[in-house]
Design a protein around this ligand. Structure first.
Ligand SMILES: [Zn+2]
Length: 188
Protein backbone atom coordinates (compact mmCIF):
# COMPACT_ATOMS: atom_id res chain seq x y z
CA UNK A 1 0.00 0.00 0.00
CA UNK A 2 1.12 3.53 -0.67
CA UNK A 3 -0.51 6.96 -0.52
CA UNK A 4 -2.19 8.21 -3.71
CA UNK A 5 -2.33 11.99 -4.05
CA UNK A 6 -5.29 11.72 -6.39
CA UNK A 7 -7.42 9.34 -4.28
CA UNK A 8 -6.23 11.02 -1.03
CA UNK A 9 -5.80 7.65 0.69
CA UNK A 10 -3.57 4.58 0.89
CA UNK A 11 -4.12 2.40 -2.15
CA UNK A 12 -2.92 -0.85 -3.67
CA UNK A 13 -0.46 -0.23 -6.51
CA UNK A 14 0.93 -2.04 -9.55
CA UNK A 15 4.47 -2.09 -10.86
CA UNK A 16 5.34 -2.11 -14.54
CA UNK A 17 8.77 -2.55 -16.14
CA UNK A 18 9.30 0.24 -18.65
CA UNK A 19 12.06 2.06 -20.46
CA UNK A 20 12.82 5.31 -18.64
CA UNK A 21 15.02 8.32 -19.19
CA UNK A 22 16.92 10.24 -16.59
CA UNK A 23 19.50 13.02 -16.53
CA UNK A 24 22.77 12.75 -14.66
CA UNK A 25 25.57 15.31 -14.78
CA UNK A 26 23.95 17.07 -17.69
CA UNK A 27 23.47 13.99 -19.87
CA UNK A 28 20.42 11.91 -20.55
CA UNK A 29 20.50 8.15 -20.02
CA UNK A 30 18.01 5.46 -20.89
CA UNK A 31 17.41 2.60 -18.49
CA UNK A 32 14.84 -0.03 -17.57
CA UNK A 33 12.95 1.09 -14.49
CA UNK A 34 9.70 0.48 -12.67
CA UNK A 35 6.61 2.63 -13.03
CA UNK A 36 4.22 2.46 -10.09
CA UNK A 37 0.56 3.26 -10.53
CA UNK A 38 -2.50 3.41 -8.28
CA UNK A 39 -4.86 0.48 -8.91
CA UNK A 40 -7.92 2.69 -8.45
CA UNK A 41 -7.18 5.81 -10.53
CA UNK A 42 -4.13 4.67 -12.57
CA UNK A 43 -2.17 7.75 -11.56
CA UNK A 44 1.53 7.42 -10.86
CA UNK A 45 2.33 7.02 -7.17
CA UNK A 46 5.54 7.26 -5.17
CA UNK A 47 7.15 4.27 -3.44
CA UNK A 48 10.50 5.06 -1.84
CA UNK A 49 12.15 1.66 -2.42
CA UNK A 50 11.17 1.57 -6.07
CA UNK A 51 12.35 5.14 -6.52
CA UNK A 52 15.72 4.01 -5.10
CA UNK A 53 15.84 1.08 -7.53
CA UNK A 54 15.14 3.39 -10.45
CA UNK A 55 17.87 5.74 -9.31
CA UNK A 56 20.29 2.82 -9.07
CA UNK A 57 19.36 1.72 -12.59
CA UNK A 58 20.07 5.27 -13.83
CA UNK A 59 23.44 5.24 -12.03
CA UNK A 60 24.21 1.82 -13.53
CA UNK A 61 23.49 3.19 -17.01
CA UNK A 62 25.82 6.10 -16.29
CA UNK A 63 28.53 3.74 -15.00
CA UNK A 64 28.24 1.53 -18.05
CA UNK A 65 28.41 4.36 -20.56
CA UNK A 66 31.30 6.14 -18.85
CA UNK A 67 33.36 3.06 -17.97
CA UNK A 68 32.87 3.46 -14.23
CA UNK A 69 33.23 0.33 -12.09
CA UNK A 70 29.93 -1.20 -10.96
CA UNK A 71 28.71 -0.91 -7.39
CA UNK A 72 28.67 -4.72 -7.10
CA UNK A 73 32.38 -4.93 -7.89
CA UNK A 74 33.17 -2.11 -5.46
CA UNK A 75 31.38 -4.02 -2.72
CA UNK A 76 33.28 -7.19 -3.58
CA UNK A 77 36.78 -5.69 -3.22
CA UNK A 78 37.01 -5.63 0.63
CA UNK A 79 35.78 -9.23 0.80
CA UNK A 80 38.05 -10.42 -1.97
CA UNK A 81 41.17 -9.06 -0.25
CA UNK A 82 40.01 -9.36 3.37
CA UNK A 83 40.46 -5.68 4.20
CA UNK A 84 38.15 -3.15 5.86
CA UNK A 85 36.65 -0.26 3.92
CA UNK A 86 38.53 2.38 5.90
CA UNK A 87 41.92 0.62 5.82
CA UNK A 88 41.52 0.15 2.07
CA UNK A 89 40.83 3.85 1.63
CA UNK A 90 43.92 4.73 3.68
CA UNK A 91 45.98 2.21 1.75
CA UNK A 92 45.08 4.02 -1.46
CA UNK A 93 46.05 7.35 0.06
CA UNK A 94 42.45 8.54 -0.08
CA UNK A 95 40.36 10.12 2.66
CA UNK A 96 39.45 7.56 5.30
CA UNK A 97 35.74 7.58 4.36
CA UNK A 98 36.08 7.85 0.58
CA UNK A 99 35.80 4.15 -0.18
CA UNK A 100 32.92 3.78 2.30
CA UNK A 101 31.01 6.46 0.39
CA UNK A 102 31.55 4.57 -2.86
CA UNK A 103 30.13 1.47 -1.17
CA UNK A 104 27.07 3.52 -0.26
CA UNK A 105 26.53 4.25 -3.94
CA UNK A 106 28.45 7.48 -4.48
CA UNK A 107 29.87 7.75 -7.98
CA UNK A 108 33.67 7.57 -8.09
CA UNK A 109 35.51 9.84 -10.49
CA UNK A 110 36.90 8.12 -13.58
CA UNK A 111 40.41 8.30 -12.14
CA UNK A 112 39.45 6.66 -8.82
CA UNK A 113 37.25 4.18 -10.64
CA UNK A 114 40.16 3.07 -12.82
CA UNK A 115 42.25 2.36 -9.72
CA UNK A 116 39.41 0.30 -8.21
CA UNK A 117 38.85 -1.59 -11.46
CA UNK A 118 42.52 -2.45 -11.64
CA UNK A 119 42.54 -3.61 -8.02
CA UNK A 120 39.46 -5.73 -8.70
CA UNK A 121 40.97 -7.32 -11.83
CA UNK A 122 44.57 -7.72 -10.72
CA UNK A 123 45.32 -9.22 -7.29
CA UNK A 124 49.05 -8.79 -7.91
CA UNK A 125 48.53 -5.05 -8.45
CA UNK A 126 46.62 -4.90 -5.16
CA UNK A 127 49.41 -6.83 -3.46
CA UNK A 128 52.03 -4.37 -4.65
CA UNK A 129 49.91 -1.47 -3.33
CA UNK A 130 49.55 -3.28 -0.03
CA UNK A 131 53.33 -3.68 0.23
CA UNK A 132 54.17 -0.16 -0.86
CA UNK A 133 51.61 1.60 1.32
CA UNK A 134 51.36 -0.63 4.37
CA UNK A 135 52.60 2.24 6.51
CA UNK A 136 49.35 4.07 5.75
CA UNK A 137 47.49 1.42 7.71
CA UNK A 138 46.75 1.95 11.37
CA UNK A 139 47.25 -1.72 12.19
CA UNK A 140 49.82 -4.12 10.82
CA UNK A 141 47.41 -6.95 11.66
CA UNK A 142 45.18 -5.63 8.87
CA UNK A 143 48.19 -5.74 6.55
CA UNK A 144 49.06 -9.33 7.41
CA UNK A 145 45.46 -10.55 7.20
CA UNK A 146 44.97 -8.95 3.82
CA UNK A 147 48.30 -10.16 2.49
CA UNK A 148 47.53 -13.75 3.44
CA UNK A 149 44.15 -13.67 1.70
CA UNK A 150 45.55 -11.93 -1.38
CA UNK A 151 48.26 -14.54 -1.75
CA UNK A 152 45.55 -17.19 -1.61
CA UNK A 153 43.64 -15.35 -4.32
CA UNK A 154 46.76 -15.24 -6.46
CA UNK A 155 47.31 -18.91 -5.69
CA UNK A 156 50.90 -18.75 -4.58
CA UNK A 157 50.15 -19.89 -1.07
CA UNK A 158 51.99 -23.16 -1.53
CA UNK A 159 54.94 -21.59 -3.25
CA UNK A 160 55.34 -19.12 -0.40
CA UNK A 161 55.08 -21.70 2.35
CA UNK A 162 57.55 -23.97 0.58
CA UNK A 163 59.92 -21.00 0.31
CA UNK A 164 59.49 -20.39 4.02
CA UNK A 165 60.30 -24.03 4.66
CA UNK A 166 63.41 -23.64 2.55
CA UNK A 167 64.51 -20.64 4.59
CA UNK A 168 63.86 -22.46 7.84
CA UNK A 169 65.83 -25.48 6.69
CA UNK A 170 68.67 -23.24 5.59
CA UNK A 171 68.70 -21.46 8.93
CA UNK A 172 68.50 -24.67 10.91
CA UNK A 173 71.46 -26.06 9.04
CA UNK A 174 73.47 -22.86 9.25
CA UNK A 175 72.77 -21.64 12.76
CA UNK A 176 72.88 -23.91 15.69
CA UNK A 177 71.64 -21.43 18.25
CA UNK A 178 69.02 -19.60 16.24
CA UNK A 179 66.77 -17.29 18.27
CA UNK A 180 63.08 -16.84 17.40
CA UNK A 181 63.84 -13.18 16.67
CA UNK A 182 66.49 -14.03 14.12
CA UNK A 183 64.12 -16.46 12.50
CA UNK A 184 61.41 -13.82 12.32
CA UNK A 185 63.84 -11.34 10.79
CA UNK A 186 64.86 -13.85 8.19
CA UNK A 187 61.25 -14.53 7.26
CA UNK A 188 59.89 -10.99 7.00
ZN1 LIG B 1 -5.35 6.81 -6.96
Amino acid sequence: MTFCEECRKDVIYSIKNISMKGTLKGEEYEFVGNKVTCDECSNEVYVAEIEDENLKALYDAYRQKNGIISLEKILEIPQKYNIGKRPLSLLLGWGEMTFTRYCDGDMPTKQYSDVLQRIYDKPDFYLSLLEENKRNLKSQIAYKKSKRTTLEVIGVKETVSSKIDEVINYLLVRCEDITPLALQKALY
